[in-house]
Design a protein around this ligand. Structure first.
Ligand code: FE2
Length: 382
């Protein structure tokens, strides 16, 4: 008798990659006060301030702070003088409409001109054509296409650039540079879209960038009494980019996705999952520095051993931190979700450690969504 190998939890990669992407290049947030948001991400999340662009570097009307931790790059941009240019006005208008949020999930490509041409030929809506930016360290070529809501994907080509980040950014080396918390890379970025629009954006990523549907969750998988949603996870050819797309599903009361859409003023990035090799250390440090996480009832941990089997981490430590665990045919994963990181109940973070598992924690959806509903109810939005 032969044993068939265990089936992976996710759809296998396709043989040909019709839209090569090397990885996430950076995530740009448009915010009301980039200086203060920057200090939050440094002090609480352990990012280093490594670059700056603003009036002192010749940009009169905006300021941008480049933060880094592991391979993760965040850019925080604010408008200083919205009256001086369309670019600054766009930032200010975006903050007025959406609050602090993600403007750009920038993708690192080898050839931005070719990527842009292909994307547009396959139906992508252009934001701007390839632009060359130069300084003494070489040149970067950036084009951009739009995705859901007001979110865009910059396509960044940096093969002829040796500098820090982008032309115009100068290195920063502030006195205050807190220790990192062990965050390594962006695991996935999730978008919330309107009811009935999930498949539009699933088709868009498949058609324009050759992504495949890795996993699908319907409302049977992830509905609680109130907070139903549907989700499809899209992944690029080499699996370095994973974009789950959520839409609300009908429930007894308001879906958490509807709450997001109302407060963000439309579709946008809901959460970014940041990976660590040591979730216990990472979450312990984040909590000590003021990051607030959703908590699950202690009964979650009574059933955990039965559900996931043997794991390396002590259950009592996981329980004291509120870290969730799930298993799939490839291994297991540990994850935890922050509360929203601004006053609007919009953007939040997931901290994830993968120990073989390639999935997204389906076994935790009920406990997690019940925790989200308690927060929604406290805000009067359920
Ligand atoms: Fe996630």
């Amino acid at each position: 008798m032969t044993l068939s190998p265990p089936q992976s939890a996710v759809a296998p990669a396709t043989a040909t990659d019709t839209f090569p992407i090397n990885g996430t290049d950076y995530i740009e947030f448009w915010v009301g006060n980039a200086r203060q948001a920057g200090l939050y991400y440094r002090a609480a999340f352990g990012f280093s301030l490594v670059g700056y662009r603003g009036p002192e570097t010749g940009v009169r009307d905006r300021a941008s702070y480049l933060l880094q931790q592991g391979k993760i790059r965040f850019v925080l941009t604010t408008a200083i003088r919205p009256d001086l240019s369309d670019e600054a006005r766009a930032v200010a208008d975006h903050v007025y409409a959406h609050g602090d949020g993600v403007r750009d999930l920038a993708l690192w490509v080898d050839d931005a001109r070719q990527a842009f041409e292909r994307a547009v030929a396959r139906g992508a809506e252009p934001v701007h054509p390839p632009r060359v930016q130069r300084d003494a360290d070489g040149e970067v070529v950036i084009a951009a296409i739009r995705t859901y809501g007001t979110t865009i994907h910059s396509l960044v080509e940096r093969r002829n650039y040796r500098g820090l980040f982008l032309p115009g950014f100068r290195p920063a080396a502030p006195h205050y540079q807190p220790e990192d918390v062990g965050l390594k890379y962006v695991d996935h970025c999730v978008g919330n879209v309107e009811l009935g629009r999930m498949d539009t954006w699933v088709d868009y990523y498949a058609r324009v960038m050759g992504f495949r549907n890795l996993l699908t969750f319907d409302d049977k998988d992830i509905s609680t009494e109130y907070s139903s949603l549907m989700s499809k996870v899209m992944a690029n050819g080499n699996d370095r980019i994973k974009f789950p797309i959520n839409e609300p599903a009908a429930g007894k009361k308001k879906s958490q996705i509807d709450e997001y859409l109302e407060f963000y003023g439309g579709p946008g990035v809901q959460h970014m999952a940041l990976a660590t090799d040591d979730i216990i250390r990472t979450v312990t440090t984040l909590r000590d520095r003021g990051v607030e996480f959703l908590s699950v009832p202690t009964s979650y941990y009574d059933e955990l051993q039965t559900r996931v089997g043997k794991i390396d981490e002590p259950l009592d430590v996981l329980a004291s931190l509120g870290i969730l665990v799930d298993r799939d045919p490839d291994g297991y994963l540990l994850q935890i979700f922050s509360k929203p990181v601004q006053d609007r109940p919009t953007v939040f973070y997931e901290i994830i450690q993968r120990k073989g598992a390639k999935s997204f924690g389906k076994g935790n959806f009920r406990a997690l969504f019940e925790a989200i509903e308690r927060e929604q109810a406290a805000r009067g939005n359920l």
